[in-house]
Write a protein of this length. Structure first.
Length: 233
């Protein structure tokens, strides 16, 4: 047993890499399926449900892989009960900093002016409520469990290098998101998010999956807030 590590029993290298490949391919497959299903309907409520359901399935697949296939525990990815308030504050601060560094400050430095949108659609409050619930309850915690939790730990075990593991996990994270959003400058925000959260998890005692999930959710929610409430010109 390794101290402060997710691994209770080492896996054979062949089995370990098999699991890594499967769990790396799953985000690409799930993103493609979600895009396909959402594209077949114009009902936004149904689209939102599909995205939510995809996160439930994603967590179940991760749980199944860890507990039933690898015979390990989910304990390293559960909420740590100590210093919850400080974990929460760290997550909020990290999410805001990533948002400022990758979105707001670069646009303001380009000379853009931000003002509140006076022509908000009636549905915007409902969309923002769904966004907040989805991000904080599903997207943030689940993506952090998969990427900065499972994949980062497995890459680290397979390569015996935490920084190589960070680079490999980041590559999977960035390219899996490109399935839904396409390639472009916005991928920089995915890159910064992956690197920053991985660094915090490896270097900070408070960098739990809970804190990283909050940071992820705050970042995504702030982006969505700007899409609806701000006009930048």
């Amino acid at each position: 047993m390794k101290k402060n590590n997710v691994i209770e029993m080492p896996l054979k290298k062949s089995v370990l890499w098999r699991d890594i490949v499967l769990m790396s391919l799953y985000p690409f497959l799930s993103a493609w399926v979600v895009q396909l299903l959402c594209g077949r309907t114009t009902d936004t409520t149904l689209q939102n449900f599909i995205m939510m359901a995809a996160n439930w399935v994603w967590y179940f697949v991760t749980w199944l892989m860890i507990t039933k296939v690898e015979r390990r525990t989910m304990a390293p990815y559960k909420i740590k009960e100590w210093a919850l308030l400080w974990q929460l504050l760290l997550g909020i601060l990290l999410g805001v900093l990533i948002f400022l560094a990758t979105f707001l400050i670069p646009r303001l430095m380009q000379g853009r002016i931000a003002c509140f949108n006076p022509y908000l659609p009636k549905s915007v409050r409902g969309i923002m409520l769904f966004t907040l619930l989805n991000q904080f309850l599903f997207v943030g915690p689940i993506e952090e469990t998969v990427y900065r939790g499972y994949l980062l730990d497995r890459f680290r075990e397979a390569t015996v290098s935490k920084w190589l593991a960070v680079l490999m996990m980041t590559a999977v994270f960035v390219f899996s998101h490109s399935v839904a959003t396409g390639f472009g400058s916005h991928m920089i925000s995915h890159l910064v998010l992956a690197l920053a959260t991985a660094f915090v998890r490896l270097k900070f005692k408070l960098g739990s999956i809970f804190a990283l999930g909050i940071a992820h959710a705050v970042f995504n929610s702030l982006l969505q807030f700007c899409i609806f409430y701000l006009i930048m010109f």
